[in-house]
Design a protein around this ligand. Structure first.
Ligand code: ATP
Length: 251
């Protein structure tokens, strides 16, 4: 895929609306490094399709990184799945057990949502393709945290059964895994990571519903393909489902 930058340039701010929005709307000058923006507090963290990502100062790690591709490379496939895998591996290294991935962009621990990922492609405007990868990781959810539409949420403190590592230590561990991921993904793309993703697929061979704006498809989760599309086994055979505007729910 021709990605080239492996060094990180980290900016850590006290507060911003959304680290993804900042990097999408005002990308830093390309100096050959992967730019990382971390915020102690996000006032308008975002999820897919206008949904919100909620975070609490001191209780969440929220950051985004901007990864640029070499000129002429096609839009990256399976990038949000690849990013989930990097985060899952970092958490496993830290001793978290039961880490699983929920297509297309969530990291679960024992079935509960621990982290979310939001990948947004930068408008090209004559520039080489670039992606902003945003991560929100719960460290210690406040007792009164009210998260819409999520019955099952988790935090790292609970998953580790104790105090989570400091945010700088966590960030270093996660960026280390992203560095490894970029090396593989840049050369071989998502197909090289697909097996590792599927090993952690929370819904492998389980019945699921895929909810779109106006339709719901039901079937069994039969894995993902080389582009990161979900493979859904239904009475009519296996269908490819693109992440665009659907959400997966257990049945
Ligand atoms: P899902 O399928 O899990 O509902 P999604 O992948 O379709 O999520 P995202 O855009 O990834 O949606 O994430 C936004 C959703 O994540 C929100 O609508 C909310 O339900 C949930 N959410 C928001 N903040 C948190 C949080 N801190 N921890 C866990 N879940 C959260």
């Amino acid at each position: 895929l021709g990605a080239r930058a492996h060094d990180f340039a980290i900016e850590w701010v006290a507060c911003c609306d959304s680290t993804n929005a900042r990097l999408v709307d005002a990308p830093p000058t390309d100096d050959g490094r992967v730019h990382v923006l971390v915020a102690d507090r996000q006032t308008a963290g975002r999820g897919r399709r206008g949904r919100q990502w909620l975070s609490w100062e001191g209780a969440s790690l929220t950051f985004s990184l901007l990864w640029r591709f070499a000129p002429g490379t096609p839009a990256p496939a399976g990038l949000s799945l690849a990013a989930g895998l990097a985060l899952a591996r970092a958490l496993e290294q830290l001793g978290v057990e039961g880490v699983q991935l929920k297509w297309p962009n969530d990291v679960l621990v024992h079935g509960d949502k621990l982290a979310g990922i939001l990948v947004e492609l930068l408008p090209m405007r004559g520039r080489p393709p670039a992606a902003v990868i945003g991560i929100g990781l719960n460290l210690r959810l406040p007792a009164d945290a009210a998260i819409p539409d999520q019955a099952a949420v988790a935090d790292l403190g609970g998953a580790l059964g104790g105090e989570p590592p400091s945010r700088p230590a966590l960030l270093a561990a996660i960026l280390g895994e992203f560095h490894r991921l970029f090396e593989t993904y840049a050369v071989a793309g998502f197909p090289a990571l697909r097996g590792a993703w599927e090993q952690r697929n929370a819904f492998a061979d389980l019945p699921v519903a895929i909810r779109g704006e106006s339709t719901t498809l039901c079937g069994t989760c039969a894995g993902v393909d080389d582009d990161g599309a979900l493979l859904l086994r239904t009475g009519d055979g296996v269908q490819r489902v693109l992440a665009g505007d659907v959400s997966l729910r257990p049945l």
